[in-house]
Structure formats: C-alpha cells, structure tokens
Design a protein around this ligand. Structure first.
Ligand SMILES: NC(=O)C1=CN([C@@H]2O[C@H](COP(=O)(O)OP(=O)(O)OC[C@H]3O[C@@H](n4cnc5c(N)ncnc54)[C@H](O)[C@@H]3O)[C@@H](O)[C@H]2O)C=CC1
Ligand SMILES: C[C@H](CCCC(C)(C)O)[C@H]1CC[C@H]2[C@@H]3[C@H](O)CC4=CC(=O)CC[C@]4(C)[C@H]3CC[C@]12C
Length: 368
C-alpha cells in the first residue's frame, strides 16, 4: 500500500455504501482520500445519487449485491486494498425475522472476512455498534464509559446479539493469513446513536410531531443520557482508520473504538429537539407525561399487536419493550482512544453538526 500512496493506486470497497452511514463514508472517501483510484460501492439497493459520483477522477463502481451470498461478496472484494463493512440490517422494531438479521449481520460479516482471506485483502474495518456493549437487559447505566469500562454486556434482542457476534468474528480474524501470506488487519468501530442528514428515525419523529400539531410529548426523563454522534464524524473516523490501519497495524489491529465527538450529553428526546425545535416542533412536558409503568404496558401491547396482526400486515411502531429500555437507560461514552491510537479529532464541531442536521430536516418532505 505504501508504494502506491502518492499515485492514486488504492481500491476501496464500502459494503452498505448506499445506507445512511454508508453514503457519508462514500462521500467522505471521495473528498478526503487522495490516494483512491477506485471506489466500489456494494449494496442490496443502489441509490440513484451514485450516478453523479461517476464523473469525478476516481472510478466509482456500483455493485448491486447481497452480503449473504459469499460468491457475490468475493467477486466484489477481489483486488480491493481496504474493505469498510457497514452493510447490516438495522432493525429493532421487529420488521424482519431474527433469522434474517442473523444471516445478514453475522453470516454476511463472515462472508466478508472469508472473501478478504481468499482474495488477499489485508485491511478490514467493521461498523459495529454501542449496542454490542449495552444497554444490557438489566437496564444498568453506562455513564460516560470508555472501551475499558467494565459492564455486563448481556443481550437478548436479535439486533445487538447479531452485532456482538459479528464484531467478535471480525476481531478474531485479525492476524489470519490472507492469500499471498500476509496477515489480515481488522478493527471495529462502535458508534453510539448516529444522527445527521438522512437519518430515518429523525424523519419519523419530525413527521410524528407535524401530525400532532407541532408537538411531541416527553416520555423519558430528561436525566437519562443517551450517546449520540454526528454521521459526518462517524464517516471521518472510518476514513482515518482505513488510512492508518496499515501503518499502525500492531497497535490498531484487533481493537475496538467507540465513535464519539463533541455532541452534548442529553436524553434521546432532548437531543432530537436540538434539531426539531428550530424546525418548529415543541417538546411538551418537563417530566414524562405518562407514568413509566403505562409505557411498559403500551410497549408490551405493541408486541402483542405486532404478533396478532402479522398474518395481515406489518405493525412495527417505534415503541416496543426493547426501544423503551434503550431510550430509558443511560448509555454515554467519554473516551479518547481514537485520538491516542490514530489521531482522530472530530471533523465537524457540534455547532456545525447541528446546523447541517437542522438544514437537512428543513428540506424533509412536509416541513414548513
Ligand atoms: N444508525 C445508527 O444509529 C447506528 C448504526 N450502526 C451500524 O452502522 C451500519 C450502517 O447503519 P445505517 O446506515 O444506520 O443503516 P442503513 O439501513 O441506512 O444502511 C445499511 C445498508 O446496508 C444495506 N444492506 C442491508 N442488507 C444488505 C445485504 N444483505 N447485502 C448488502 N447490503 C445490505 C442496506 O441496503 C443499506 O443501504 C450498520 O452496520 C449498523 O449496525 C451502528 C451504530 C448506530
Ligand atoms: C426508537 C427509539 C426511541 C423511542 C422513544 C420512545 C420509546 C419514547 O418512543 C430510539 C432510542 C434509542 C435508539 C437506538 C440507539 O440510538 C442505539 C442504536 C444503535 C444501533 O446500532 C442501531 C440503532 C439503535 C438501536 C437506535 C434505534 C432507535 C432507538 C431505540
């Protein structure tokens, strides 16, 4: 990789490159990785915006494919220097079966690892999640913890279970011999709740607020902190790791890093109001308007309704026992591991992240 550094010789592959985070990683690579010759974007669903990227100096190759199909993954990986694996099924609402979540997130990741080994790709960056750690099923707080903070990571929900298994596979693969005899170097990035341009759940809350006459109703105490990180900074961290992994393989190989920036520590709802407030929504109540036991009951009722209605329709509301537990449990990180290991500093300040996100919400369909 070092020889080619000056001469635009690198080939990168981004799986899930048309997703919320993936698109930001793709755009960031094109802006900030001058050594790039070819950027391959692998996704189940390709976005029309890819066309506009094809006119630049970097060869952009869009590959429609499925990570659960080993041969499709191997064909996409062959000849790539670096793989950034962001593809995944992000479903905490019961839209997909646990088996499918496992197949995409765990088997898909195993396929990516095997493809690297078989084709001789040496650098693999995996987008993991804070959910690999917690909140756990006991609802224990993780207050401004770091990568070494002891915490009982116990999960039952298919999504965190799948992310934890996949992360483990990626870390265990560090050091495996790839085609050509050199060792594979892997690492995992664990974003907290990502926000920013393109965030579907933010869009959902915005539309919900508009439907309710410009109001949202507080459900979670303001004292419960939920970790959030701007998508541009998460993308930047991926680009930096990809760049530094070769030079610092001994330090970074097999490591995990939380994705963090200077976004403030707030509750999930108060944080959303940083963007939805300037777009005309109001959060009603300084305390939750419903007692917690009633929310628990409604969440359980939603689970029952989802099960009863399944033969007729997909009922997948935002509130279920899992999302309630996540939103109602403090989970925030405070760490500088990424700075120490590979010189990460957030590219976007909190003010800029906020402004960009507000501007984007203002463009969302239905906005005033
Ligand atoms: N959104 C969030 O707050 C967080 C997300 N993450 C992780 O970041 C990654 C990206 O998440 P988002 O961008 O939010 O999700 P997303 O759903 O917007 O993007 C995922 C992309 O993967 C693609 N994909 C899904 N199944 C595939 C398959 N079988 N084969 C090929 N491509 C497939 C989708 O088409 C989509 O474009 C995921 O791995 C997720 O677990 C981690 C922490 C927080
Ligand atoms: C949908 C939840 C908010 C519902 C609030 C309620 C119950 C009052 O209606 C979201 C709260 C926290 C979110 C999750 C969190 O940010 C961590 C995540 C990490 C990931 O890797 C994937 C997404 C998510 C699980 C995210 C999903 C939505 C929330 C549960």
């Amino acid at each position: 990789m070092a020889d080619s550094a000056e001469t635009q010789e690198l080939v990168y592959l981004v799986t899930g490159g048309c997703g919320f985070l993936g698109e930001h990683v793709v755009r960031m690579l094109l802006q900030r990785e001058p050594r790039l010759r070819e950027l391959r974007i692998f996704d189940l669903h390709l976005g029309p915006w890819l066309e506009e990227l094809k006119t630049g100096p970097v060869q952009v190759t869009a590959i429609q494919g499925d990570v659960t199909q080993a041969h499709e993954v191997a064909a996409a990986v062959a000849g790539a220097h670096v793989v950034i694996h962001t593809a995944g099924l992000v479903d905490v609402f019961g839209k997909t079966s646990p088996e499918t979540i496992h197949e995409v997130n765990v088997q898909g990741t195993q396929n990516v690892i095997e493809a690297c080994v078989q084709t001789g790709t040496r650098f693999l960056i995996y987008t993991s999640s804070m959910e690999v750690v917690g909140p756990n099923i006991k609802g224990q707080p993780f207050y401004r913890g770091n990568e070494n903070t002891p915490y009982e990571a116990v999960h039952r929900h298919p999504y965190p279970c799948s992310k934890a298994l996949a992360e483990q596979l990626v870390l265990e693969a560090n050091g495996r011999e790839v085609l050509g005899g050199l060792p594979l170097v892997t690492c995992a990035l664990r974003p907290t709740g990502i926000y920013g341009e393109g965030h579907q759940i933010m869009r959902d809350f915005y539309h919900q607020g508009l439907r309710l006459g410009g109001r949202l109703f507080r459900a979670i105490p303001a004292s419960v902190e939920h970790g959030r990180v701007y998508v541009g900074n998460v993308a930047w961290m991926h680009v930096l790791v990809a760049r530094e992994l070769e030079h610092r393989a001994a330090l970074m190989g097999g490591q995990v890093y939380f994705c963090y920036d200077n976004s403030p520590y707030k509750s999930y709802e108060d944080f959303n109001m940083e963007f939805l407030g300037p777009c005309g929504l109001r959060l009603v109540g300084t305390r939750p308007l419903m007692p917690y036991w009633l929310l628990v009951l409604l969440a359980a009722l939603n689970t029952l309704l989802q099960w009863l209605l399944r033969p007729l329709m997909l009922y997948a509301p935002l509130l279920n026992p899992y999302t309630l537990a996540v939103a109602n449990t403090t989970f925030t990180v405070s760490t500088d591991k990424a700075r120490r290991h590979f010189g990460y500093e957030p590219l976007f300040s909190w003010e800029e992240s906020r402004t960009r996100t507000i501007r984007w919400v203002q463009t969302v369909e239905g906005s005033a």
